[in-house]
Design a protein around this ligand. Structure first.
Ligand SMILES: [Zn+2]
Length: 235
């Protein structure tokens, strides 16, 4: 884990905070993989340990996450907050601790979504993480919900075509979740193509984010100018 001592200005750190193991790969595995290939440190924090799942599945979720992390170049921290019952205060505390250790340049988390459309844990996580990121003025990206996109207003799209195989493989690591409809290969590809179409792109696979707060310096534009096909697309 990075500490103040090992932090250097050339290395970027991204911290993802999600309620459940698997929440991170579905909307963001491609982007995280691209970041790690570019030399970023990727730290994925998972708030719960699947305590509502069958006991056989509990420990497995951590192993599955570690396996996915090897593919996308991410390391994991697991907390054991009670699924469907944790408070915003608990997530605020966990987030503040993680920020102290990771010194993130960007935080990625669930998009805030009314409970009737999304999982209660996702909403609580989004509210708490937003609270901390806002107070600490850390750039915050919301990733796309797996289903029911209501309330999600994407304004930043990442071309993950070059790493789509890694994304599929990372999601495939979560064998215990394979029965979920949105974890199916066709659903993953359809959503990735849907974001391409939103951008008017006929080809390719994309991930979508809603950036709540971000600033860039001149190096961002020189990086864009040197790319033949810009990896990062903003509309
Ligand atoms: Zn979840």
């Amino acid at each position: 884990m990075n500490t103040l001592d090992s932090h250097n200005l050339n290395q970027r750190n991204v911290l993802t905070i999600y309620a459940h193991a698997d929440d991170e790969v579905l909307p963001a595995a491609g982007t995280l993989s691209l970041m790690s290939k570019a030399g970023w440190n990727i730290r994925c924090l998972i708030l719960t340990d699947g305590n509502l799942s069958s006991s056989a599945v509990k420990g497995k979720r951590h192993q599955e996450a570690e396996a996915a992390g090897k593919i996308i170049g991410a390391s994991y921290d697991f907390y054991a907050l009670e699924e469907c019952n944790f408070s915003t205060q608990a997530v605020i505390k966990v987030t503040e601790e993680a920020i102290k250790h990771c010194l993130p340049d960007i935080i990625i988390t669930h998009a805030p979504q009314p409970e009737q459309f999304g999982h209660r844990d996702h909403e609580v996580c989004a509210i708490a993480v937003s609270n901390v990121a806002t107070r600490k003025n850390i750039p915050l990206w919301y990733s796309a919900p797996p289903v029911f996109l209501r309330g999600f207003e994407p304004n930043f799209f990442v071309d993950i075509t070059s790493v789509i195989e890694e994304k599929i493989a990372a999601i495939g690591c979560y064998e215990s979740e394979q029965e979920k409809a949105f974890m199916q290969l066709d659903a993953i590809l359809v959503l990735s193509i849907f974001w391409a179409r939103e951008l008017g792109q006929k080809d390719g696979y994309f991930e979508a984010f809603q950036i709540s707060r971000h600033c860039v310096d001149a190096s961002f534009f020189s990086a864009l100018a040197h790319l033949k096909n810009p990896v990062l697309s903003s509309r």
